[in-house]
Design a binder for this molecule. Structure first.
Ligand code: GLY
Ligand code: MN
Ligand code: MN
Length: 512
């Protein structure tokens, strides 16, 4: 709905637009930029632009809601320009995700404030610097930034300190300034800020766990490009001779389609290298390797895709070992994806995947004994050592209020890690339930790592493993299949479209 009203003072024309994505978010478009920081009702963008903008303002409001306060200031510093040590060359720029979430700004040396009671989101951009402009090109002007981003006002960074001083002098008593870290506080202030650095991370993490329409569009686009890149490799794999060509081809397709960054380091692992979960050398021959495990995902507007495909070099599995393991992992993935819906405990799907793995490995003779004893012993973790999945968003392993698949780590202060008695997987029993709008990977895998097997020989569960049979699978390394799944109102949508299974083999054969 679009309502236009005219006749305001100073002949400023104002378009009042009710955003269909967010019916309680009213936006006003103005022709004359206004300078008063408190005149916020006149500083919004028209809907046609906002549809293509990261919903920074909405994110800021959401975070304030999660903070549960009505007063205070959120302050976030973006990523600065940093040179390599002892070098005049800058490190590749990667925006700080907390800052991006509340600004949609993928530029260096910026910061922002969000005044919670005024509902005022302010972006601070670098002041004009002649030297910088001549060598690197000019940074954005205030007008350009105002046009490009979903913020209420844009100021130059030189205004930050006076603005903070003003906020401090007029603030409601006891209101705090929320930061990710105490050390984020701007340097050289002549006054002390009432900083809270405990509550902002959990608040943003909780907000980020559920994606809005814009974010889902970005993840979908990242997946589209990953699809093209995976497809191209399937078409060419039979002519490739080294893992490095796979990596090169993936980058070529992504960059050629405007995705200049990868969401994570490409894993192009042939044969036994596939057993190394985060293999990154990508420089070994493909000659006589039974399969390739390619875990590679493009990034789009700072949003990740995370996609793994495992395939043979010709259009058919070279032996029963690779074929059988692929089919078990395929079953693990299909069953788990089918069970995705809001309210589901992701941990239960992880356990389901272990159950299918145990049945499959028992059929192959790799595991022996009773299913329930094997399950409790943890023996299946030798072959499926990682979690079933994780959130995907601004980070490939994205944050959330409560982890769906929590790893025990000292840094992780938001929950108490508990080792599941069911399969001794690295999860918590308090793992959160899936909610509509979450995007999670479902990425089961089975691996035959000589190191993991050697270690397993020394464990109580060794009696459940037939090591002679397991050794026959070592040359294939392992199989992983990974898709990004959106939890919807009625079930799920698979955002990953890269071919897998029979469709994938047909492309390698050239008979799609
Ligand atoms: N690509 C990293 C992962 O699958 O988690
Ligand atoms: Mn993943
Ligand atoms: Mn992955």
């Amino acid at each position: 709905m679009r309502v236009t009203s005219r006749g305001f003072a100073d002949s400023v024309e104002k378009d009042v637009i009710i955003n269909s994505i967010d019916s309680y978010h009213i936006r006003l478009a103005v022709q004359n930029p206004l300078s008063s920081p408190c005149d916020i009702s006149l500083l919004f963008k028209p809907i046609d632009q906002s549809a293509n903008l990261a919903q920074a303002k909405q994110h800021a409001r959401n975070v304030a809601r999660k903070l549960g306060v009505t007063h205070g200031l959120i302050f976030l510093a973006g990523e600065p320009t940093v040179n390599w040590r002892d070098s005049d060359q800058s490190r590749p720029f990667r925006q700080r995700r907390y800052f991006y979430y509340l600004s949609g700004v993928d530029e260096a040396d910026c910061s922002l404030t969000y005044d919670i009671s005024l509902d005022l989101l302010t972006l601070y951009i670098p002041d004009f610097d002649l030297h910088q402009a001549i060598w690197m090109g000019p940074t954005l002007t205030r007008e350009e930034a105002q046009d490009r981003y979903d913020v209420d006002r844009v100021l130059y960074s030189s205004s930050l300190k006076p603005e903070l001083a003003t906020w401090l002098s007029v603030r409601v008593q006891n209101s705090l300034i929320y930061m990710v870290h105490q050390s984020d506080s701007p340097e050289g202030l002549s006054f002390e800020l009432p900083i809270d650095s405990k509550q902002l991370i959990p608040a943003i993490d909780t907000a980020r766990g559920v994606k809005d329409e814009y974010e889902i569009r970005m993840i979908r686009q990242a997946n589209k490009i990953s699809d093209l890149a995976h497809r191209k490799i399937l078409q060419q794999i039979s002519k490739m001779s080294n893992e490095s060509e796979i990596e090169g081809s993936f980058l070529d397709t992504c960059i050629s389609h405007g995705a200049h960054n990868q969401a994570y380091q490409i894993i192009a692992a042939a044969g036994s290298n596939a057993a190394v979960l985060h293999y990154s050398q990508n420089n070994q021959t493909l000659h006589s390797k039974p399969l390739v495990c390619l875990d590679a995902g493009a990034e789009w507007s700072c949003y990740a895709s995370d996609v793994t495909r495992t395939f043979p070099l010709t259009g058919q599995w070279p032996d029963t070992y690779t074929r059988d393991v692929y089919r078990i992992v395929e079953r693990m993935q299909e069953q788990c994806i089918k069970s995705i819906r809001k309210g589901t405990r992701f941990l239960s799907l992880h356990n389901l995947a272990h159950d299918i793995a145990i049945d499959g490995l028992m059929t192959l003779g790799v595991l022996r004994g009773s299913h329930s004893e094997i399950r409790v012993s943890g023996a299946s973790k030798v072959f499926f050592p990682h979690g079933l999945g994780h959130h995907v968003g601004l980070e490939v392993h994205d944050v959330s209020g409560k982890s769906i698949m929590a790893y025990s780590s000292i840094e992780d202060a938001h929950y108490e890690p508990v080792i599941s008695p069911v399969c001794r997987s690295p999860c918590t029993l308090s793992a959160a339930l899936l909610e509509e709008g979450m995007v999670v990977t479902v990425e089961p895998g089975l691996y035959f790592s000589p190191l993991a097997l050697a270690n397993a020989r020394k464990q109580p569960y060794a009696k459940y493993i037939n090591f002679n049979i397991a050794a026959k699978y070592v040359p294939m390394g392992g199989v992983r299949i990974e898709d990004d799944i959106l939890v919807t109102a009625n079930g799920y949508e698979n955002l990953t479209t890269a071919p897998k299974g029979e469709a994938m083999l047909a492309i390698i054969r050239g008979s799609e």
